[in-house]
Ligand binder design. Structure first.
Ligand code: VOV
Length: 252
């Protein structure tokens, strides 16, 4: 049995941070301002790169106590992601927070998405999916997952036809959410602890629950999927981040 062909795009780095509130609160207003300005400068550089289609960047506030912030970067190489890690570590905001979780993966599409005779590099629609701009939806949901190997339910022992049938049914459910939930599926076999990273974007977070719940009843998830921790949050611009951190509307 051979591994199915995948199309792989940009590498993805999810960095989850927990704010050291004791440290943050001990800063003067001017020092907090400086930390926010510095972070904003870093973000603006990332947004410029995104506009030039050289990478992708987003920042989110995470609900619950698993983490406070999520920064997502997408870049053509792992080295660039490591470069970004060091750049962020040098910022004041990162000195005032700890890593809560991180995830490394690569944007992945099924190989059959390649149209016969069309050069993948020249296929603009495909390129946009492999090297996506950060979706602008207000909310995000991230979780890592595996496909199970348990007795009769071993995804990796299924024939190609069986897998294709399962993914067809999966895709049909997903398509009902077209325009409501956008998914970025990234592969992480050999890169991180789970096999895929699932990043979902929507303007209504309730749609994450509806979609994921509906998929639970689909065989590809019901029989084969195992899930890691779920994170949910909302996207913020620098002003929103500043207001959230300081509790004021005046900052930034
Ligand atoms: C927003 C909805 C949505 C849509 C439209 C969608 C469609 C599709 C299609 C058409 C395909 C097939 C391969 C390809 O075309 O890339 C996939 C592929 C995949 N998916 Fe998906 N998926 C969605 C959403 C979606 C969710 C919510 C999840 C998490 C599952 C759950 O239970 O929580 C998921 C997982 C995956 C995975 C892990 C793969 C890769 C499996 C593999 O073995 O290769 N996915 N997916």
């Amino acid at each position: 049995m051979s591994a199915p062909l995948t199309l792989d795009g940009w590498y993805v780095y999810h960095e989850f941070r927990t704010i050291r509130w004791d440290k943050w609160k001990s800063l003067s207003e001017a020092e907090q301002h400086l930390a926010l300005r510095e972070w904003s400068q870093f973000g603006n550089e990332q947004r410029k790169l995104q506009d030039a289609r050289k990478g992708s960047f987003g920042q989110f506030i995470i609900a619950g106590s698993k983490a406070d912030l999520l920064v997502i970067h997408m870049r053509p190489t792992i080295e660039e992601l490591s470069q970004l890690k060091a750049e962020m570590a040098r910022t004041r905001l990162f000195s005032l927070s700890d890593s809560a979780y991180s995830y490394i993966s690569v944007v992945e599409l099924g190989g059959y998405n390649a149209r016969p005779g069309v050069d993948i590099e020249q296929d603009e629609a495909l390129q946009a999916r492999l090297k996506p701009s950060m979706p602008t939806h207000s909310h995000v949901c991230f979780y890592p997952m595996n496909k199970r190997r348990l007795g009769q339910d071993n995804w990796f022992m299924l024939s190609e036809e069986e897998r294709r049938e399962f993914m067809k049914a999966h895709g049909m459910i997903g398509r009902q959410y077209a325009g409501i939930v956008k998914q970025i599926i990234s592969g992480s076999v050999g890169l991180d602890d789970w096999e895929w990273g699932v990043t979902l974007f929507a303007n209504d977070p309730l749609q994450f629950k509806k979609l994921v719940y509906e998929m639970r009843f689909d065989e590809s998830s019901a029989r084969f999927a195992e899930f890691g921790p779920f994170y949910v949050g909302h996207q913020v611009d620098d002003r929103g981040l500043g207001e959230w951190l300081t509790g004021t509307k005046e900052m930034n």
